[in-house]
Design a protein around this ligand. Structure first.
Ligand code: MG
Length: 159
């Protein structure tokens, strides 16, 4: 299942390495972490069933919207990434929920600042025919969860 998820993300322009790069940049100031650690932690997040289900669902909605296969008025709302829609964020929070409140805080930050791959995905959704309404939040969720995972592991090491 993890391999299906990884190739599905790739098809939507989301490389695991780019998410890991972002996680690495975010954690580097606080924790002794390598890019390799970041990749491992992103992959661990992708092994969780709840996370896989969220990714499958969110990316599928983006694809259906891109193909015009959702009924109005929802189709237009998703296509224009209406800021009052909010279901994309709610769905992605189920990724960070697995990792407690640190994951939640990280997600809020990433969703607001949209660094790295998150900004790229968001911009592509707004400037091309691609629909990335759920994708940017999913990437934020995965990155936030991986950061939380690293933070939790680090805390244990120091006790
Ligand atoms: Mg979104």
């Amino acid at each position: 299942m993890k391999e299906i998820i990884i190739s599905m993300l790739k098809e939507r322009g989301i490389e695991i390495k780019k998410i890991a790069q972002l996680v690495y940049e975010l954690q580097k100031p606080y924790i002794d972490v390598t890019l390799e650690d970041a990749i491992i932690n992103v992959e661990k997040v992708l092994e969780k069933r709840e996370v896989q289900n969220t990714i499958l669902t969110g990316l599928q909605i983006d694809i259906l919207a891109e193909e015009g296969l959702i009924k109005e008025p929802l189709l237009s709302i998703i296509r224009r990434d209406d800021s009052l829609y909010g279901i994309d964020e709610i769905l992605a929070l189920s990724i960070t929920n697995v990792y407690g409140s640190i994951g939640f805080t990280n997600f809020g930050y990433l969703d607001k600042v949209k660094p790295g791959i998150i900004g790229e995905i968001d911009k592509a959704g707004k400037t091309t025919e691609k629909v990335h309404t759920f994708a940017d939040d999913i990437v934020s969720g995965i990155a936030a969860a991986a950061c939380a995972r690293i933070a939790h592991a680090n805390e244990k090491d120091h006790k």
